[in-house]
Ligand binder design. Structure first.
Ligand code: AMP
Ligand code: GLY
Length: 430
């Protein structure tokens, strides 16, 4: 099968890498891809190829896919899904992994997602929606802090403020209505603040059925000890030892419940959970694989991802089969200094091959490219994902950090405490 993956992050590298392991992968294209996706070797010895295409440009994607004989298109990120690229590709007769625009509203509009959860009895924080600043300000003053202020639309992970004071909440409300997030902030959702550890559960969803993948835990803040600004994610591990069997069952059940309410959904549904004292509750749904969650979840999947993605795209839940490795996976993100703010690009990266030669190490690229001299250079905020697999959590964590030290580029920024929470245990950090 010839497969096209749309995207350029660590998530898309991990998806391409997992698909390439299948004997059924005949050719792989990644559009636009990154400095790592081009080098992926398929089971048949072929190399994956980067294609210079904009994932939002459905016409260009269709033209390329038809010309190259692509049989399955996997859409990586939320923006093309919310924009309806999956709908257009399907209308052109292509097989697509990823939901249509109507279902993608679960991520595209927080107000829609909250209504969906209320309508389907899915546990989540209590909320109110506002379309004018004065009513929103009056509400936060009356409600008091802590309270969570969210821009309704897509804001690249920056549209959420967990306000510990009424003043911070007021400022967040003013920022949204003042246009800080463009039209995404014209509607504002204000939520009750939940407390507890967070856990991500990604699920293959098709034909109204959910196939929950192994759980993982992201580290969203930029610096050690969960300090600094929110980022796309600085590290992650799987499985999550602090989750109890009861919580696992409740999360799996919630995902099944959500899947049953979207019978036309064909793709990954991502449940972002908070493990509250009242049980797991949804913080947010995403309509795609998580980044960096995918980088630890897919390496633990032992089944053929081509089979699974094709069955999901076809709407054949009876053919989705998953086996999971017992190994632990830890991923540490190497970022450019300054990220998530402004950062330099074009710095030469050394040592990736040496790191990959180490036991249990895979390096997934994110913001990398090749310069005119074919040197690997930095090209984004999150640069590389160093993933270690091992039989114990400690070993996986140690291996990941040893490999991180072998890779060098000017301004390399990383968290040194990825996975420490899992080692310390739950009650000590909640
Ligand atoms: P989101 O972009 O919706 O994932 O939100 C980003 C982060 O804000 C989440 O990962 C949580 O850490 C935090 N957050 C969002 N909603 C709430 C809530 N209702 N209570 C507490 N924290 C929240
Ligand atoms: N790592 C968080 C996300 O993918 O949304």
């Amino acid at each position: 099968m010839k497969i096209l993956i749309l995207g350029s992050g660590g998530r898309e590298h991990a998806i391409a890498w997992a698909l390439a392991k299948s004997p059924r992968a005949e050719a792989l294209f990644v559009a636009p891809g990154n400095g790592g996706t081009e080098g992926i070797t398929l089971a048949n010895g072929q190399r994956a190829r980067n294609v210079s295409l904009d994932p939002q440009d459905a016409d260009a994607v269709i033209a390329f896919a038809k010309d190259a004989g692509v049989e399955l298109v996997v859409i990586g990120a939320e923006a093309p899904l919310v924009a309806g690229v999956a709908d257009e590709l399907r209308a052109a007769g292509l097989k697509v992994y990823g939901p249509n625009a109507a279902e993608a509203q679960l991520e595209g509009s927080k107000d829609h997602a909250k209504k969906f959860m209320d309508d389907n009895g899915i546990p989540t924080a209590a909320y109110r929606t506002f379309t004018d600043e004065a009513s929103a300000l009056a509400y936060v003053r009356e409600h008091g802090a802590p309270v969570v202020v969210k821009a309704d639309g897509l804001a690249a992970g920056k549209g959420v403020v967990v306000a510990e004071t009424v003043e911070d909440a007021e400022e967040a409300v003013r920022a949204c209505f003042g246009g800080a997030f463009g039209s995404a902030g014209a509607t504002v959702v204000i939520e009750e603040c939940m407390r507890g550890p967070e856990c991500s559960m990604l699920s293959f969803v098709t034909g109204g059925k959910s196939f929950a993948m192994a759980p993982s835990q992201d580290h969203k803040r930029a610096f050690d000890g969960d300090t600094g600004p929110n980022t796309g994610g600085m590290g992650v591990y799987s499985p999550v030892p602090i989750v109890t069997d009861e919580e696992m069952a409740a999360m799996t059940d919630i995902m099944a419940h959500a899947a049953a309410a979207v019978p036309d959904y064909r793709g990954t549904l991502y449940g972002g959970f908070m493990l509250t004292s009242e049980g797991p509750k949804i913080v947010e749904f995403n309509v795609r694989f998580g980044d960096p969650e995918t980088q630890v979840v897919l390496p633990r999947l032992e089944s053929d991802l081509v089979d699974i993605m094709e069955a999901v795209a076809d709407g054949r839940p009876e053919d989705v089969q998953m086996d999971w490795s017992d190994q632990w996976a830890v991923c540490v993100v190497l970022a450019s200094d300054g990220y998530p703010g402004a950062y330099e690009k074009g710095r030469v990266i050394l040592g990736v091959d040496d790191a990959e030669a180490m036991d249990g190490i895979t390096v997934f690229h994110a913001g990398t490219a090749r310069n005119a001299d074919d040197e690997l250079i930095t090209a984004g905020g999150r640069v590389l994902n160093v993933v270690a697999m091992a039989d114990t959590f400690e070993e996986a964590r140690n291996r990941a950090y040893e490999a991180c030290d072998v890779i060098q580029f000017e301004g390399k920024q990383l968290r040194r405490d990825i996975g420490l929470k899992a080692l310390i245990g739950r009650t000590s950090w909640e």
